[in-house]
Design a protein around this ligand. Structure first.
Ligand SMILES: CC(C)(COP(=O)(O)OP(=O)(O)OC[C@H]1O[C@@H](n2cnc3c(N)ncnc32)[C@H](O)[C@@H]1OP(=O)(O)O)[C@@H](O)C(=O)NCCC(=O)NCCS
Length: 169
């Protein structure tokens, strides 16, 4: 567990290098957890990461100056779908896991998204028990399964589709 108290806040575009580091570590450490790949994002510029911080509403969990966790939400574009957003990029560094940081990141995302979008959706690899339990605990419910959602090196991964509604009805 991290020694310092954890602060959760939105990242700013000038923190692109910090964000790039944790994002690439996540893609390298748990490749099955993400639709993207280390090879793809390792080739991207800092400006690309800065843009994703803004468009993807990325929250960071800080232990002192160290960024130990991230999660964001990405609103859909288009008049008929802009009430929906995807919760994405959830990652907590291994040494910081199991102390509630993942849950606090989701609370921060939900707090910011409420009033801006009406529901949060996500897809989680069917075998990712830690993430599935975290999302269930944080009020997400399953509404489907995307068969063969991801394919890597000829191996398929199904995703469990989950939603949390942010409006009373
Ligand atoms: C999933 C992940 C974000 C959880 O982060 P965390 O900070 O350890 O989560 P928390 O400490 O807030 O745990 C909250 C709940 O999640 C569940 N959970 C977390 N880790 C778990 C584990 N290893 N096994 C089972 N359940 C787990 C539990 O329900 C836990 O609540 P509890 O402690 O009251 O039982 C983290 O394991 C991670 O970064 N994994 C790799 C990347 C990933 O899978 N991202 C999700 C992509 S969809």
């Amino acid at each position: 567990m991290p020694a310092d108290p954890i602060e959760i806040r939105l990242l700013t575009p000038d923190e692109a290098a910090l964000y790039r580091d944790i994002r690439l570590d996540g893609l390298r450490e748990t490749p099955d957890a993400f639709a993207s790949t280390f090879a793809r994002e390792d080739a991207m510029t800092l400006a690309w990461f800065a843009e994703r911080i803004v468009r993807g509403n990325i929250f960071g969990a800080f232990s002192g100056d160290a960024l130990v966790g991230v999660a964001g939400y990405w609103p859909q574009e288009g008049a008929k779908v802009s009430h929906k957003a995807g919760l994405w990029g959830m990652y907590v560094r291994p040494a910081a896991r199991g102390s509630g940081i993942g849950g606090r990141l989701i609370e921060a995302v939900v707090g910011h998204a409420t009033g801006r979008v009406e529901l949060l959706q996500l897809g989680v690899a069917s075998g990712n028990e830690a993430a599935l339990r975290l999302y269930r605990k944080m009020g997400f419910s399953e509404y489907g399964r995307e068969m063969k959602a991801l394919k890597q090196d000829g191996r398929y991964i199904d995703e469990i589709l989950m939603v949390r509604f942010l409006t009373p009805d």
